[in-house]
Design a protein around this ligand. Structure first.
Ligand SMILES: C[S@@+](CC[C@H](N)C(=O)[O-])C[C@H]1O[C@@H](n2cnc3c(N)ncnc32)[C@H](O)[C@@H]1O
Length: 283
């Protein structure tokens, strides 16, 4: 599963997401959304709408409603949980490793009224929640970054009620061997050690005690996300006065081109999985 010569730690991942918050806000999404979009077709270039569509598909697949108690792991700036609470009136909690992203989420929440949710800093491998607390655990493009994946699966299984749903999107490592360019532009860029293939992920989830309800292999949407964001980064680089931010955006745009090659070469992928912890759903 590992693709890197260097094994990244949680500390490396946290530092990366803390240090890059303001840069990502300046060109990816000003509200802090940082996940893959689900596009209507190859000509669709509305990233924000596509990112919201991903959230809506995941919420529908997970069967979230007003009675749900939802944990978002790797919640980043909190957008998904705020969206769910606004839309369904569900309760919930968001947990993320990044201090800066959690601060952003907490500030965004102060602008809302009547939402029964909260955000905390912490790691998915050791969560500050009682066993069986949540009816749903959701996550978007975060779990691949966890160096100790078996512990994250064990913890998610623990905090879910029997019969509860674990529904998430995540990056995939479709093949074992990863070339230097993909390693640099896809994996090392975000401090990612390596992940599972589409089929391998399902086997690991089953071993961790989850029943698979649904699995979607969605690499075309991943390609479109980086096509659109690469273009945005190039455009923004042309107008920004901050030299460091401009260099970062140009490097990101270059990575976006390499990322699309990596997807075509089977070195990078994206999927959605909906699973269930066996048992009676009665709280
Ligand atoms: C690509 S971002 C996605 C953020 C958010 N889910 C979204 O859709 O905008 C990945 C997030 O996972 C978080 N993360 C990575 N490893 C984590 C861990 N072990 N525990 C909790 N959060 C983690 C990072 O801090 C980062 O905010």
């Amino acid at each position: 599963m590992s693709t890197t010569s260097h094994a990244y730690t949680e500390r490396d991942v946290r530092d990366f997401f803390d240090q890059t918050l303001s840069t990502y806000l300046s060109f990816w999404d000003g509200d802090g959304v940082l996940h893959t979009g689900y596009f209507t077709d190859d000509t669709d270039d509305d990233y924000r709408a596509a990112a919201e569509r991903t959230s809506d598909i995941l919420a529908a697949d997970a069967m979230i409603d007003g009675s749900s108690s939802v944990l978002d792991v790797g919640c980043g700036c909190g957008n998904f949980l705020i969206h769910l609470a606004r839309r369904f009136g569900c309760r919930g909690a968001g947990l993320d490793l990044s201090v800066e992203r959690v601060k952003f989420a907490q500030e965004a929440l102060t602008a809302e009224t009547g939402l029964d949710i909260g955000f905390r800093q912490g790691s998915v491998i050791q969560m500050p929640y009682e066993t069986g607390t949540f009816s749903h655990v959701v996550s978007q493009d975060a779990l691949c970054l966890v160096p100790d994946k078996p512990s994250s699966h064990r913890e998610i299984h623990r905090v879910l009620r029997p019969g509860g749903v674990f529904a998430f999107s995540d990056f995939l490592q479709p093949k074992e061997e990863i070339g230097e360019r993909a390693r640099k532009h896809v994996y090392d860029r975000v401090r990612w050690n390596g992940g599972y293939s589409f089929v391998g992920y399902q086997a690991v989830l089953q071993e961790a005690g989850f029943e698979i309800l649904l699995a979607r292999n969605l690499e075309s949407h991943l390609r479109q996300t980086y096509r659109v964001l690469g273009r945005t980064a190039t455009e923004r680089a042309g107008t920004t006065r901050d030299a460091a931010a401009r260099d970062w955006m140009l490097a990101f745009a270059e990575s976006c081109a390499e990322i699309q090659v990596a997807i075509d070469d089977g070195e990078f992928g994206w999927g959605m999985f909906v699973t269930r912890k066996p048992g009676d759903t009665t709280p």
